[in-house]
Design a protein around this ligand. Structure first.
Ligand code: BES
Ligand code: ZN
Length: 450
């Protein structure tokens, strides 16, 4: 283990809480993590509070606000994804370890390491200069990984206290190590579970096979019907609201030092797939998808069990782009599945959580200030203007409820293994994030917002 400096040590403390928001048995750890975070924010000199919600708590901290200064809200999340499959981790997920300058732990990249870089940036500025140049609000929630079910209500209930001019979020990626990245768009998401039910019990596949429809075969057929052979989603109306990519975006993305080769290397996929007429980056950042996240049912044990399963299921998510609406897409998919589904089984369609898409102007006054801050932290490097394939649904809610735009300044790397075993965050990115927080607040303090 390499020796740890102050901020890194503190980040490791933060990472030791197994704050898995989706796991009810971890609710105690989630709330202990919120308490620890609020305590730390108070220690660095901010007024901080833990707000209970019907789910996991929200942590809010602020400096003393002064008239005439812009108010910047920095959002992040302290909840993390489950650590399983735990046996694939090289070191324990909640015992952070640094190997070759890279910090390994669940949440190191998504999102504890990134939000904590901002917190340490503020801590250092307060310590060295006694103040920061803006009115600042930290809003750190514990339910991002489960779709932020209570944050919209919280924003509405605290609209006045959360009034701000601009929001900054570091919960996305840089296109490559050392390449400053400003993200101006996120995909939305719509989730659904489908269940195909057949006979009232598992059947002997010799006694009944051939005469009774097999729900697993029907499910395979339904799932296969979602795509055409050219990679397009086959659901009628799916693309109706999709805005075409702008020429400047396609040109800018063609020059970004991240593409098919890196995606193959990062993922280990033997070849890439998708809509044939788009590049890999365009497919991820600017086009919608239909994904199967999990399939279950039937015999999963070793060897053979000759049955027709009574019931099977699949979990689906659709990544959406402007201007697709989640409810419209879910309804179109349900119509498609019902039309394809044969008689002899029943199909249940259960809609899940959803989140809207987001796109903003990277050349707005605050966007330009963010680009300048990135240039100062990564001198001599061109700022990559990107959209992202992932979703942070609350960013659209910020726009809708608070009327405020969000700057997305990602610090993670594309191979950070977010949501997977061996999630990691380079110490250099943590340090760059601390500096970025300070340059960003300086640049934003100079923007004329009035
Ligand atoms: N930090 C991610 C979102 C992200 C990842 C954006 C990579 C851009 C690039 C966030 O924590 C996340 O995982 N969001 C979920 C949202 C869902 C649970 C509603 C996602 O994208 O799957
Ligand atoms: Zn995540």
């Amino acid at each position: 283990m390499e020796p740890l400096s102050g901020p890194l040590n503190l980040l490791c403390e933060f990472l030791r809480f197994p704050s898995v928001s989706t796991d009810p048995s971890r609710a105690g750890a989630v709330s202990a993590c919120a308490q620890w975070l609020a305590g730390h924010l108070a220690e660095i000199g901010l007024l901080s509070e833990v707000h209970p919600t019907p789910g996991h708590p929200v942590v809010v901290a602020r400096n003393l606000h002064k008239l005439g200064r812009p108010t910047v809200l920095i959002y992040g999340h302290y909840d993390v994804q489950p650590e399983d499959p735990v046996e694939l981790w090289q070191s324990a997920p909640f015992e952070p370890e640094i190997r070759n300058g890279v910090l390994f732990a669940r949440g190191s990249a998504d999102n504890k390491g990134q939000i904590f870089a901002h917190i340490q940036g503020v801590a250092q500025a307060l310590k060295n200069k006694g103040e920061i140049p803006v009115n600042l609000i930290f809003l750190v929630e514990g339910e991002e990984e489960i779709g932020s079910p209570h944050l919209e209500g919280f924003l509405k209930a605290h609209r006045e206290a959360l009034r701000c001019d601009i929001i900054a979020v570091s919960d996305t990626s840089m296109v490559a190590a050392g390449v400053p990245t400003l993200t101006y768009g996120l995909r939305g998401i719509a989730a659904m579970e489908i269940r195909v039910k057949g006979p009232s019990m598992d059947l002997h596949s010799g006694i009944y096979g051939g005469a009774v429809r097999n729900p697993a075969v029907v499910l395979a057929h339904l799932l296969a019907s979602l795509h055409r052979s050219d990679g397009r989603v086959a659901v009628e109306g799916f693309y109706d609201a999709v805005l075409p990519l702008e020429d400047w975006e396609r040109e800018a993305w063609a020059g970004i030092p991240f593409g098919e080769r890196q995606i193959e290397a990062n993922t280990g996929a033997p070849a890439l797939g998708g809509e044939v007429e788009f590049t890999a980056l365009e497919r991820i950042w600017g086009r919608p998808t239909a994904e199967v996240n999990g399939i279950g049912g039937g015999f999963q044990g070793e060897g053979t069990k000759t049955i027709i399963p009574k019931e099977v299921f699949a979990k689906l998510t659709f990544r959406l782009v402007p201007d697709q609406a989640p409810e419209f897409v879910l309804a179109a998919v349900e119509r498609h599945l019902r039309a394809v589904c044969p008689a002899g089984v029943t199909l249940e369609v259960l809609p899940g959580h959803s989140g809207e898409t987001y796109v903003t102007d990277p050349h707005s006054p605050c966007g330009r200030a963010a680009q300048e801050a990135l240039r100062r932290v990564f001198p001599g490097r061109q700022v990559a203007l990107t959209r992202e394939g992932g979703s942070i649904p609350i960013v659209n809610t910020f726009q809708r409820v608070l009327g405020v735009e969000t700057l997305l300044l990602g610090l993670a790397l594309p191979d950070c293994r977010a949501h997977a075993p061996n999630e990691n965050f380079p110490v250099a990115n943590f340090e760059a994030g601390i500096l970025l927080n300070q340059t960003l607040l300086e640049e934003l303090s100079r923007v004329n917002l009035f």
